[in-house]
Design a protein around this ligand. Sequence first.
Ligand code: MN
Ligand code: MN
Length: 481
Amino acid sequence: MSVTWVLRPEPGPEVEAVVRPVRVGELPADLPAAFLAGTGFSGEVGEVLQLPGTPVTVLLGVGPRARTDRDAIRAAAAGLARAVSAYRRLAVHPPGPDLRPLVEGYLLGGYRFTRYRSGPAEPSDQLVEVLAPGTPEAARGLFEGRRLGEAVLLARDLVNEPGEALTPPAFADRAAEVAEAAGLECEVWDGPRIADERLGGLLGVSRGSLVPPRLVKLGYRPDGWTERPGAGGRTGRIALVGKGVTYDAGGLSLKPNAQLAGMKADMAGAAAVLGAMSVLGALDCPVAVDAWLPLTENMPNADPIRVGDVLVMRNGTTVEICHADAEGRLIMADALVLAGETGPQAIIDIATLTDAAAIALGRRVAALMGTDDTLVERLRAAGARAGEPLWPLPLPDAYRPQLRSRVADLVNYTLGTRHGTALLAGHFLREFVPPDIPWAHLDIQGTALSDGTDAEWVAGATGFGVRTLAELLTGHPHPPS
Ligand code: MN
Ligand code: MN
């Protein structure tokens, strides 16, 4: 469904429903209290009560006044979107002056992935009149909420696509289209170029697949930007890296069937980075940002890496493969080396990397690690503002020896332990980041997919990470550190 948003001082004549926000303890005085009590409607976040009439009156719970924050408005708007999808034209009294979370929550909550459904097409457009004065602030709120919401939906669409449809070349094509539309620089490396560039991790993982790998490099430059040396002689840029395994069968370490379900989502980190990059211009991001998306399948089909093989990564580090299903860190390592070579102010990576992160923090909180406390805290705070909770995990020096190999510089996986494996993966990535560049790592294994639908989360892909990255890059003091 596509939604058109307009600002109006009062509802237009053809509106089918008018939405009124209601706070807990402040039920509308113009409706009989006894009637409302009988409906069970109390104004809790996301409650919806439709009252017949022309137009229909829709009461939308937004929670207690003291807690009507951005999270509450997003969640309420998401519930609203699902409740009123049958209307083609509605008017909404906004619950507060900031329209961005209203629009964002509505788009996220109303999202459905219907591309592969047969049968009658869903109603295709909706016009939403937001009943607010046409101030520049209101117009900006609508615009930003819409663009941010659309960026998250872009990531969700990519993650929800079947692996057969969204191969590495297909993802790269899509990224190039998005870059064109968003005014981003875009470069795509094919298999031979990836070999020339000595990306041994990406090349190694892709060997098991009949579909070739890609590496996508994106660049965002603010208007009027010129390269200036930043702190420590580095550039003023921020670098992003997103894991793009378009299907992870585990390679030769083939996953059991129960774990294969959902493995089309193993490119959610790359999708989040592409989504965030797509909206930086619209949100007037003041810093230059580069992004690297290593894209491959991890399959046992063609000439897969053997367990016991040694790969040589772009920076010359050798890695003994102890588990072919620990492939994400191999492709991320090469991309982190590429990012580090440009000397950015900070490197942030995002990946569906370890089940351990999901086991530790569940479906709604992503794991955050890094080498720079300031950057880690800024990311955590950006996630909190954006509605994407992140929680820091340590990278204890004491665990570093578990990456030692008998035959190479590192192992990609520590055999014989299930303990602390999110941290071991983080440690592995850290090996490929120059020690003087602040670095943070987001493990979104738990949060990339949602089991069910509540608030702005809809069953399936979440687009987790788009909002955090956009908030960090556009919202607050720059550059980090
Ligand atoms: Mn894997
Ligand atoms: Mn994977």
